[in-house]
Design a protein around this ligand. Structure first.
Ligand SMILES: Nc1ncnc2c1ncn2[C@@H]1O[C@H](COP(=O)(O)OP(=O)(O)OP(=O)(O)O)[C@@H](O)[C@H]1O
Length: 343
């Protein structure tokens, strides 16, 4: 038996909630939660991804389940590096791949320090060259929009930590805004509502379940009731209550309206020619947070522009990240484009 080693291109969506890996010629090969379980006493990683997620809120004192990214950027550098190393290796599977060229996506308004942290962590995880791309641009490419045309397209990418809003034309971002309100803030709003109204403490996973199963952004679309288990803050004992769709919608009203207002503000700053294009083509919603039931309708109501949720919403960014590596030569020579050759 013999092996050979091949260089390849890899796209990574290093998300607050999920990490996805895309391999040229293979497509999306990995999709796992960005969670790492660490033994604090031994400073040792015990599990990464789905296995570690199962441990959230259920670990003994010496084991912590850490989410090393917050608000779309690295908050725990060492753990991010270990997680990336694991995912890059797992994503390559049995293929013997020598140091790959890796494109990683970043939120639109990441600082230079935050970008440098992503580059260093990816390099130290085995990458040969590291390139960065803004999330909404990657989302647009992944959703199959022809971004090289002189037509305006608007993409709203709602992840776990950040919402990125961008108007794209001629391969670049013309107007952008980014806010640290997305899926995680929806969960927090649900936790707060249940704590205040029922004096019941619930965990992040329960809140996320409620959001996905019965939550919505727009009134009258869903009418469900769901039992919820947690810890009663008065008795200190386990307790179960019933929650309905309407109260979850009310709890989500604030973060949802802040996102819609940002989309509105970006439209107001958009040059008129591009606005006219967007009026015609509509707004594209991507990312897991964009799947919140009725969010498309809500944004439509606030902006007056039709909104479409992308197919494979969660995979758009990583697909675009991976596919953009094909255009590296062009990108290198077009320094004014948003995709920049960093190293
Ligand atoms: N069907 C659904 N309805 C509502 N929310 C959903 C649904 N599916 C996934 N989500 C939410 O999507 C979010 C994760 O989205 P995604 O994987 O795109 O984020 P990310 O890329 O990790 O985050 P970021 O881009 O902010 O770093 C989570 O908050 C998750 O709860």
């Amino acid at each position: 038996m013999w092996f050979f080693s091949i260089g390849t291109d890899m796209g990574i969506d290093l998300g607050t909630a999920t990490v996805l890996v895309y391999l040229k010629d293979k497509g999306v090969v990995l999709k796992e939660p960005s969670v790492v379980a660490v033994d604090k006493n031994k400073n040792q990683v015990l599990a990464v991804g789905e296995e570690a997620r199962q441990m959230i809120g259920r670990t003994p004192g010496n084991i912590v389940a850490v989410r090393p990214l917050r608000d779309g950027v690295i908050s725990d550098y060492d753990i991010t590096e270990k997680m990336l190393k694991y995912f890059i290796k797992k994503g390559c599977g049995k293929r013997r791949i020598s140091a790959p060229n890796v494109m990683v996506c970043i939120p639109s308004q990441a600082t230079e320090v935050e970008k440098r942290a992503v580059i260093n962590a990816t390099k130290n995880s085995g990458a040969k060259n590291v390139y960065l791309i803004e999330e909404p641009l990657a989302a647009a490419i992944g959703a199959g929009l022809d971004i090289s045309e002189p037509n305006g397209s608007m993409v709203v990418d709602i992840g776990g930590g950040t919402t990125d809003v961008a108007v794209i034309s001629l391969g670049g971002v013309v107007v952008r805004d980014s806010l640290k309100i997305a899926g995680d803030k929806f969960d927090e709003a649900i936790i707060k509502h249940i704590r205040n109204k029922y004096k019941l403490m619930i965990g992040e996973r329960t809140a996320e379940d409620l959001k996905i199963s019965i939550g919505s952004a727009y009134g009258g679309l869903r009418n469900y009731v769901m039992p919820v288990k947690g810890r009663n803050l008065i008795t200190g004992l386990p307790d179960t209550i019933e929650v309905n769709s309407e109260e979850i919608r009310n709890a989500l009203e604030e973060p949802v309206s802040l996102i819609a207002e940002t989309v509105h503000a970006v439209l107001e700053k958009t040059p008129p020619e591009l606005s006219a294009d967007i009026m015609e083509s509509g707004i594209l919603l991507t990312g897991g947070g964009g799947l919140l039931f009725g969010l498309d309708k809500y944004i439509e109501k606030i902006t007056g522009v039709k909104v479409k949720v992308a197919e494979d919403s969660v995979e758009c960014v990583v697909k675009g990240t991976g596919k953009s590596l094909k255009h590296l030569n062009k990108i290198e020579f077009n320094s004014d484009k948003e995709v920049k050759l960093i190293e």
